[in-house]
Design a protein around this ligand. Structure first.
Ligand code: AMP
Length: 308
């Protein structure tokens, strides 16, 4: 088993979908990644920052699931990062209504001493300089570094983002963002261009249309499980990343073949995330539910063709 260090936002979210609307609820990239990775019972730590307005019970949620939260700073006089989004009727696209950085604006991450030798580093969505700051503090070279980001950072901090992208092994990004980053419509061409920017492995998330993993000339595709109900897609991308990183930390095997399984785990966990608002579905997820859904995944994608 490998140690996993996670950095990302811990946030308040306000979400609107065709099915309803929430006030400020628990959200944030590190929250979803941590909850998702916690299903692998690994040694993992989350690094982030919250304000004095952040309820302790939310931090307890992560801790109760076995995530080390000593790297989550509390700025008593500050306000927690706030994001608000509204989904379109297709539930595949959304508009960001508000992004208030608040305590994130002056955040200097501190990697806890006992996680400076983590083998796997998951750089979740936040300012690219904070992501780079975490990489800089690692005392031994990680076996695998994974980066997730979004259009917001491409818009306001592109050159910092390109600098950190140079230094990672894997990038997970959604289709729209891959197109924005490369100015290419074809995802195959976009993935190639991103590989030239640094990461040897590129994962492109396509929401309800699954995920693609690119490495050299190889491509692996995993569909998303067809679900009866999609309630709220918020956090699905982060949950995917947490499942991907968590599985690789659990197995300690970072080969392309094993990354295919990591994509399947990521997709499986993301399929739960979207079933309820916010983190609701993820906080009580049980291992037998995951197991059952992995079986559904196998059934969905297995077929026998004889090639003559
Ligand atoms: P996802 O749906 O996977 O893209 O993730 C949604 C989560 O990302 C929400 O819980 C937000 O709090 C968080 N988020 C939204 N915008 C940003 C941003 N610019 N930087 C970091 N986290 C963000």
């Amino acid at each position: 088993m490998n140690k996993l260090v996670i950095v990302g936002t811990v946030a308040f979210d306000a979400i609107e979908t065709p099915f309803g609307k929430t006030d400020k609820i628990l959200g944030g990239a590190a929250t979803y990644i941590g909850l998702s990775a916690s299903n692998f019972n690994i040694d993992a730590a989350a690094i982030s920052v919250v304000g004095g307005d952040f309820p302790k019970k939310y931090l307890d949620l992560l801790e109760d699931r076995g995530i080390d939260i000593s790297g989550i700073e509390i700025v008593k006089e500050g306000k927690t990062f706030f994001w608000s989004g509204k989904y379109h009727n297709d539930m595949n696209s959304r508009d960001t209504l508000a992004t208030e950085l608040n305590v994130l604006e002056h955040f200097k991450p501190i990697v806890p001493e006992n996680y400076k030798d983590s083998e796997i580093v998951m750089l979740g969505n936040l300012h690219p300089l904070v992501q780079q700051g975490v990489l800089n503090q690692m005392e031994t070279k990680p076996k695998l570094t994974i980066l997730d980001t979004m259009n917001f950072w491409m818009d306001i901090a592109l050159s910092d983002l390109l600098n950190v992208i140079k230094n990672v092994d894997v990038i997970t990004i959604n289709d729209e963002e891959a197109r924005q980053l490369t100015n290419e419509y074809s995802l195959v061409v976009a993935a190639k261009k991103i590989q030239e920017m640094g990461p040897q492995y590129v994962v492109i998330k396509k929401g309800e249309h699954g995920a693609l993993l690119f490495h050299d000339e190889n491509v692996f595709y995993a569909p998303a499980l067809p679900l009866k109900e999609v309630f709220d897609p918020t956090g699905a991308g982060d949950t995917f990343a947490g499942g991907f990183a968590g599985y690789l930390a659990k197995t300690g095997d970072i080969s392309f073949e094993n990354m295919k399984n990591a994509v399947i785990y990521g997709s499986t966990l993301a399929s739960f995330c979207v079933e309820k608002f916010g983190t609701e579905r993820m906080v009580n997820l049980k291992s037998n539910e995951i197991h059952k859904r992995l079986q559904q995944f196998k059934d969905l994608t297995q077929f026998e063709i004889e090639l003559t």
